[in-house]
Design a protein around this ligand. Sequence first.
Ligand SMILES: [Zn+2]
Length: 223
Amino acid sequence: MHRGLPWIHGVCWVVALGLLASSASIDTAAAKPEPTPFESAHPALRSSLQRIAAGSRLWRDAMGLLDGTGRRAVLVTPDQVRVQDRGEGGRRRGFDPGVVAEVAPVPTEDSRVQEVLVVVNLPLLQRAYHERPNASYDEWTRDLDRIVIHEVYGHAVPYLVAGSLSGRCPDPMPGQAAEDACAIRRENAVREELGLGRRLDAGLAGLALIGRDSSARWGQRLH
Ligand SMILES: [Zn+2]
């Protein structure tokens, strides 16, 4: 659930709309509390963050490591970002509607990382939920939590703890067992604390709602 790092591969950037302005206002407002390590303006994403924090000691430990550093992961929805092709006059386009989720560290010029964007494709998840007459709300929240755990704890936290691009924690390489990959090992540790099952593959099979569909329907685009 993490498309490599688009800008490392030189293909594109993921840029946030309006987030810089909100960051600036937080930075300059002395009365406001320090930003928390994981933030979202979206109620469904905020609820997911709260559920995971309530049930996972590993997650809370990660928050503790980041407390006071000012480093943070910001969870957004696809309508809040644009993907820009690199190079002069790179084309700007919307987030790929078939991608379930993706992370994009926001590096400074010297490769330090203070912020990681986590894009979660809630419209796609909501569609999967509504198209299944028998799907329960519990299944929806558990799938959402699995995705948030993978992106935040699997990918974003290692960047933020390192404070630089050296923290990259990748998905499985070709030929590598999924459970041996850095991001999935971390994901599974938190899933275990929350009783969310163990992820055994690099694709969608570990998700209840989307995973039951054929890969042809939803694609294999979990990054
Ligand atoms: Zn991933």
